[in-house]
Design a protein around this ligand. Structure first.
Ligand SMILES: *Cc1c(COP(=O)(O)O)cnc(C)c1O
Ligand code: SF4
Length: 403
């Protein structure tokens, strides 16, 4: 849990702290349904929580009727009331930058519409599908890739749409992996979610089911013992959880992930690289360490998609590569996710790596390790080379020599 009392120095800060303390004293604080029905969605509701800037106040008013704002009280409590640069605040409270458009903006940055083959079903890769079951999340991330649908009031797939989606999956025997996402599938009741998962589980060729969610982070109270008991009936079931900053890993989140892991659900993380929020190697390293401590395996870091109004969040592509370079070798291998660009227009996820290969030839490969030291590994066929010794023509390769 954040410690607002320690962070607040301004005299007006005390008002925010005492307001938060009063809210947290309500026993219903721990009930996710109470949290959902008390989400902060208007400027007037937000003002007692945060000392808003003029820019934020204008942007919050504008966001009504555009990409909406919604903040569970639990998450609002993590927002620093007095620091407009707070990483939680920047993900959550709109600024006027969001209304700016860029030449690169794409309403549907990943070309999901063109790959939609049945209601909610995005079929891009041969053996797996993305199944978008609803459009409601606990908190709306200001950079959301699916702004075009998320929070738009479409709700959940209707019964007939759901049947069409299931028919498609049943007919396509190549689909062995279904990733249930949205919106956020954990917005649904345990019963509704169980209907979907059990219907999928009854299809023989569906070997592997995944849930993509942010609830364990933005509203960890959602992860009840009842939810975990339901999910564990449908193994193998995995979960990808959207985490962006070490500040998000609170004792509540720790408990929620512990429950999921104890239910035998392997947990992975997905992180969006965001300017001014998590674009420093030290912050990412700390996040990855916090994740390992709560049994979440870092999976992907995403380059920020070309969503309208997200230009202020986007980093140079080199930032992500430098972060991977700062992690690989310097810390636990399990703490190193894959940095990917989800290709605009629907090319799928493409990994980007630091360049560890200095040169390749028939004789072998010249490599650089995490410290920048150079090593040679011979190809098996080139028997004239003794292992470890550099062949003459590779002794001073141009790239390495220039370093
Ligand atoms: C991300 C994604 C998947 C899953 O990809 P993995 O690399 O297997 O995690 C599947 N389908 C679509 C359309 C996706 O965007
Ligand atoms: S949780 Fe995911 S789908 Fe929901 S607003 Fe955030 S990024 Fe978008």
């Amino acid at each position: 849990m954040s410690e607002p009392t320690l962070e607040v120095s301004k005299s007006n800060g005390r008002a925010y702290v005492s307001f938060r303390e009063r809210m947290k004293a309500d026993p219903r604080w721990h009930d996710w349904r109470w949290q959902m029905s008390h989400r902060i969605v208007t400027l007037a509701q937000l003002e007692p929580w945060v000392n808003l800037t003029v820019d934020e106040k204008r942007a919050v008013s504008f966001s009504e009727g555009r990409f909406r704002m919604a903040i569970p009280p639990y998450w609002a409590d993590l927002v620093d009331p007095n620091d407009p640069a707070c990483p939680i605040r920047r993900q959550t409270i709109p600024t006027m930058d969001e209304l700016k458009s860029s030449v690169h903006d794409l309403a549907d940055p990943l070309g999901e519409e063109q790959d939609t083959v049945a209601p909610g079903v995005v079929h891009r890769y041969p053996d797996r599908i993305l199944f978008l079951v609803n459009d409601v999340c606990a908190m709306y991330c200001r950079y959301c890739t699916r702004k075009r649908i998320v929070g738009g009031g479409y709700g959940v797939l209707r019964g007939d749409e759901f049947q069409q989606a299931m028919d498609y999956i049943r007919r396509n025997k190549k689909i062995r992996d279904v990733l249930i996402s949205g919106g956020d599938p954990l917005t649904m009741s345990d019963e509704r979610l169980e209907q979907i998962i059990s219907t999928l589980r009854a299809i023989d060729h569906v070997e592997f089911i995944r849930l993509g969610t942010r609830y364990p982070v933005t509203l960890p109270q959602r992860v009840t013992p009842e939810l975990c008991a339901m999910l564990k009936k449908y193994h193998p079931l995995w979960m990808s959880i959207h985490f962006n900053h070490p500040k998000e890993v609170t004792p509540e989140v720790h408990r929620a992930c512990g429950r999921l892991a104890d239910a035998g659900i392997p947990l992975g993380s997905q992180t969006v690289l965001l300017r001014g929020i998590n674009d420093k190697p030290t912050i990412m390293m700390k996040l990855m360490h916090e994740l390992l401590k709560i049994r979440v395996r870092p999976y992907y870091i995403y380059q920020c998609d070309l969503v309208p109004g997200s230009e202020h969040f986007r980093t140079p592509i080199s930032t992500g590569i430098k972060i991977i370079e700062a992690l690989r070798g310097h810390t636990t291998g399990y703490a190193v996710p894959t940095f990917v660009i989800d290709a605009p227009g629907g090319g799928g996820k493409i990994p980007l790596m630091p360049d560890y290969v200095i040169s390749k030839s028939r004789k072998g490969i010249l490599l650089k390790n995490y410290e920048g030291k150079v090593y040679f590994y011979p190809e098996r066929a080139s028997s004239e080379i003794t292992n470890g010794a550099l062949p003459l023509e590779m002794k001073l390769p141009q790239k390495a020599a220039r370093r």
